[in-house]
Structures are given as structure tokens and as C-alpha cells.
Design a protein around this ligand. Structure first.
Ligand code: ZN
Length: 430
């Protein structure tokens, strides 16, 4: 029996369908599986996003392989590139150049972009989707990204920083500083809306919002703002303070933030209704605190938990997707793949995950397939470019890992190489 070698050479020859009309990404900052478990214990039920049809674990490490911070993690999702901690969408390590963000790409493609956070707007997670800075503490550069002509149409969150009313006005923003202002502006057709609340972050839900809008209210206002027209949108909603409470190992406040995040997800799902052109993705940027539930004590009672650190951990996070193109989440493995999922309709490229020789003349190939696409499977007995032979064209009806039996005539080769590509016709020669 021959041994099996699997070639990594895989290419896609075409763009798949269009991106969904509306894309909503909700990020629970620091929200690991323990945080979700704690909220599940408190509620006595699964969270809405846990029942999304597609879910994967994603690794989060930043450039160099270490534990990420929110700047590098958000840059990974916004640009598809791993960068050093502290970096906001710049090629570091590298030549330090600006990396094109999803916010900028979407704006150029005619999509309206909105950023919502319970942290302050200049904080790293929203920043990486629209701005560039060598360090996350360079708030001037981050603000410039927001105010740029190709910056977001909507900003809602904590008002920390040296925001200038005249600079906002000059950039075409209507400024709101209270929930009622926010709602008025969101529903009256202003061209750009900046809701800057207080001089820091939004207060913890646990402590009472005290006149601030919470994440649920800001989410509803953002949906109302974009819902006035049906233009394509990209909306980022960050539960930014899950992370803050987790750094303090403060379970009640952490739980309060996860529950508010869940309500924001519910608001998005209610807005989506039965529309077929909306993609909703729930993710986290990293885990904070090493939180684990030790004992579920029933609904309405704090579960017994343990924390392992006051910093971030390397634990993978879980991402969830529902709606148009949500099955493509199955191809994601690292935060950088969120960029492909949201911004590239051809993501994921087909990928061979394994091959097993079943007989001397037959090999079972496993590859990642997304339903509705047509794949060509090629085999070769050497890795040379000219030796590839088409051995199957497959249309899949289900997303997931698919099998294909490939037969060879005698005499059996001593090695097999395989590659898979997405097909609309003949591929370009390699
Ligand atoms: Zn943190």
C-alpha cells in the first residue's frame, strides 16, 4: 500500500456570491467560554447566540504567537493580519504601513459603517476597524480615522478623549450626548451621527446606567439609524466592559455585561426577523481572567467560579454565525479568518483536511466544503506542477467536511498528492 502525501497547494479561481446586504458583528471583549457558561447558569437557559446554526473555536494569538491584547485581536479581525500587541491596523512587525480595514473597504464599496461600544469609542476594538495607529494610546490618530471622509457614519459609545465639537461638525457629524438626543438623531436622517456619552466608558450595567444609554439601547438606535434606508451596512457592536470586569475578577459586573450583550444580540435578531440578506456573527477577541464555572447554582444565583489570572489568556474563543453565508464560519480557525468571513464572499477557500489510503488503488480525501459551490478535486503522483489530473467535480449540498473516494489504476503509485479548488470552469494553469 502506498503512503499518502497531501499537498497544501489549493487555490480558488473565482469569487463566490455577493456579500450579504447587512453584516452585523458583535464582539464580547474578553468573553471566553467560561463567561458564556456563567451567564447560562444565571439565566437557566442557553444564550441566543449559542443556538446559532454555525459555531467554531478560534485561536487568538497575535504576531509572534503570544497572548493577544484587544488591539492586535481587533486588527486581526479588521484586516486579516496578525500584528504585535498594541498595534491598531498597521503592519507591525513589518514596514509599519497602514493595513486596509474592513471599515475602509466597506465604505469604498458603498456600505455604511457603524461602530458601537460600551467602552470609550477611542478604545482599541472599534479603533482597528476604521483607524490606524502605531500604538492604541495614540488617540489623535484613532480620532482622525473616525473623522476622515471615508470613516464610519455612526459612532456610539463612551466619550473619553479630546473630541472637538467643531471638528465633528466639520466632518458632517451630528453630536448626541444623551439617549434622547441619540434617538432623535438616529431617527431623523442626519448624515453622520456621533453619540459620545460621558467622559469615559459607559457605566457597568450592574451599577445602573444613570442616564447613559446601555448596549441594548445603542444597538437599537444604530439599527434604527441604518434602517431608515436599506443601503448595505456593516455594524460592529462591542460589549467592551466584559473584559474590564474580568480583569478585576468581578463576577457580578462581568455577568451584568454579558447579559446586556445577550440583549443586544436579541435586538439584532428581532431586527433581522426573517430577512435572508443579513449575516450576524458573534465573537470575542480573547478570553480574560481564565474564568471557569465550578458549580451551577440555578437561575438567578451567582454560580461558583474560579479565576486563574487578572490578564488575558491563550484560551480559544468561540464564534457563532447565523444568516446569509453563515456556514462559511466553518472554515475559520483564527481571528484573522473573521476578516475573510465578513469581507470576502469566496472565504473559505477549499482546504484539504486529511486523506486516508483505503486500498492500494483507492484514497479517501476529506476536505472542507461549503454548500452550493462546485469543487474540482485533482490528484497527482508527484508534486510537480504539470502532473495534476482532475479526478472529480463535486457539488455539495451540505457545508462541512466532505469525503471523496479517489481511485487509481494499477500499478498503484507510491504517493498521492491532492488539491481542491473552487470551480466555475477550467482553472488557470498553476
Ligand atoms: Zn483586556
Amino acid at each position: 500500500m502506498g503512503w499518502v502525501a497531501v499537498a497544501v497547494a489549493v487555490w480558488a479561481t473565482v469569487r463566490a456570491d455577493e456579500l450579504p446586504r447587512h453584516i452585523v458583528l458583535l464582539i464580547g471583549d474578553g468573553m471566553g467560554e467560561g463567561h458564556v457558561s456563567a451567564a447560562r447558569a444565571w439565566l437557566g437557559r442557553r444564550l441566543r447566540f449559542e443556538d446559532f446554526p454555525f459555531s467554531v473555536a478560534l485561536s487568538t494569538e497575535s504576531a509572534g504567537g503570544g497572548i493577544t491584547d484587544s488591539a492586535a485581536a481587533s486588527t486581526a479581525m479588521a484586516t486579516g493580519r496578525r500584528v504585535a500587541n498594541g498595534t491598531i491596523s498597521r503592519a507591525i512587525p513589518g514596514d509599519g504601513s497602514d493595513l486596509l480595514t474592513l471599515g475602509e473597504r466597506f465604505h469604498a464599496a458603498g456600505r455604511r459603517v457603524g461602530l458601537v461600544t460600551t467602552s470609550y469609542l477611542l478604545d482599541a476594538t472599534p479603533a482597528a476597524f476604521a483607524s490606524h495607529a502605531t500604538h492604541r494610546s495614540d488617540y489623535t490618530s484613532i480620532m482622525n480615522g473616525y473623522l476622515a471622509a471615508n470613516g464610519p457614519r455612526l459612532l456610539l459609545g463612551g466619550g473619553y478623549g479630546n473630541w472637538s465639537t467643531s471638528a465633528l461638525e466639520q466632518a458632517g457629524f451630528t453630536l448626541a450626548t444623551t439617549p434622547s438626543n441619540m434617538w432623535w438623531a438616529a431617527t431623523s436622517g442626519v448624515s453622520r451621527l456621533a453619540g459620545l456619552f460621558g467622559g469615559g466608558a459607559i457605566p457597568y450595567e450592574y451599577d445602573g446606567l444613570n442616564g447613559f444609554p446601555g448596549i441594548e439601547d445603542m444597538t437599537r438606535a444604530a439599527l434604527a439609524y441604518f434602517g431608515r434606508t436599506d443601503e448595505p451596512t456593516f455594524l460592529l457592536i462591542e460589549g467592551g466592559r466584559i473584559d474590564h470586569a474580568a480583569h478585576a475578577n468581578d463576577l457580578p459586573r462581568c455577568l451584568g455585561e454579558v447579559l446586556a450583550f445577550e440583549r443586544a444580540v436579541e435586538a439584532v435578531l428581532a431586527w433581522r426577523g426573517d430577512r435572508a440578506d443579513v449575516l450576524v456573527v458573534v465573537a470575542a477577541d480573547h478570553e480574560t481572567g481564565g474564568l471557569r464555572v465550578i458549580e451551577d447554582r440555578g437561575p438567578g444565583v451567582l454560580p461558583a467560579v474560579s479565576w486563574s489570572t487578572t490578564w488575558h489568556t491563550a484560551a480559544p474563543i468561540r464564534a457563532y454565525a447565523v444568516g446569509a453565508g453563515a456556514d462559511r464560519l466553518l472554515g475559520a480557525r483564527h481571528l484573522t479568518d473573521v476578516h475573510g468571513l465578513l469581507g470576502d464572499p469566496a472565504f473559505p477557500w477549499p482546504e484539504i483536511r486529511g486523506a486516508v489510503a483505503e486500498a492500494s488503488s483507492r484514497v479517501r480525501v476529506h476536505w472542507l466544503a461549503i454548500s452550493g459551490r462546485v469543487y474540482g478535486v485533482e490528484a497527482a503522483t508527484s508534486g510537480l506542477a504539470r502532473s495534476w489530473m482532475l479526478c472529480g467535480v463535486v457539488t455539495t449540498s451540505q457545508s462541512g467536511i466532505q469525503d471523496l473516494l479517489v481511485s487509481f489504476s494499477d500499478p498503484p503509485p507510491s504517493a498521492f498528492f491532492f488539491r481542491v479548488w473552487q470551480r466555475t470552469g477550467d482553472p488557470d494553469p498553476p
